[in-house]
Design a protein around this ligand. Structure first.
Ligand code: ADP
Length: 175
């Protein structure tokens, strides 16, 4: 699986993968961090698409994911997933974070897309400890890839050096 996963440091809005994943909140109405950056770069078409999803299905629960157009982004589509807010580790955070990655991958696969870029979901404003979050991200993605042909390629886009180092170390340990 190692060859199908790459770590890059930078801004996810610049990624030319078929899909980029947004660390959204349940409202799907935008926010700070990577969510704000994605909406700014995508322009109003993305907010319109999110509002349509809201009208159709209401809010997006934690661990779930939805897919929309990508507006002005180089990507073809955006998957919006809601990671857990870190509380004390006893509020099913690990399961919910894993669900967020798996449900995002499922949407990418179901829509026939070949490549996807993930940010380090929940490790900003939502306060998930970065080492634990990185381990869940890498394990969930590599497990998914062993059982599915799509996506062919997954990129972890790290904004900060701490996450970049954590992901690189975990990837080096994968067989
Ligand atoms: P959450 O609310 O899920 O914690 P944040 O957006 O606050 O979401 O942070 C998630 C991660 O995304 C953090 O590690 C943060 O450093 C990173 N991040 C922020 N902006 C960008 C960006 N433009 N591209 C990639 N990652 C980003």
């Amino acid at each position: 699986m190692k060859s199908r996963i790459e770590v890059v440091q930078g801004d996810i809005t610049r990624m030319t993968t078929d899909v980029i994943v947004n660390a959204a909140n349940s409202s799907l109405m935008g926010g700070g961090g990577v969510d704000g950056a994605i909406h700014r770069a995508a322009g109003p078409a993305l907010m319109e698409a999110c509002m349509q999803v809201r009208q159709q299905q209401g809010t997006c629960p934690t661990g779930h994911a939805v897919i929309t157009v990508a507006g002005n982004l180089p990507a073809k589509a955006v998957v919006h997933t809601v990671g857990p807010v870190w509380r004390d580790g006893d509020a099913h955070e690990a399961q919910l974070l894993s669900d967020a990655y798996r449900n995002s991958l499922q949407l990418v696969c179901d829509n026939g897309y070949k490549s996807v870029a993930f940010p380090a979901i929940s490790t900003g404003i939502y306060g998930y400890p970065k080492p634990a979050a990185a381990e869940i991200a890498v394990n969930t993605v590599s497990d998914y890839l062993t059982r599915h042909a799509l996506p062919e390629q997954v990129y972890f886009v790290c904004y900060d050096e701490e996450n970049t180092r954590l992901y690189q170390r975990l990837l080096a340990q994968l067989s």
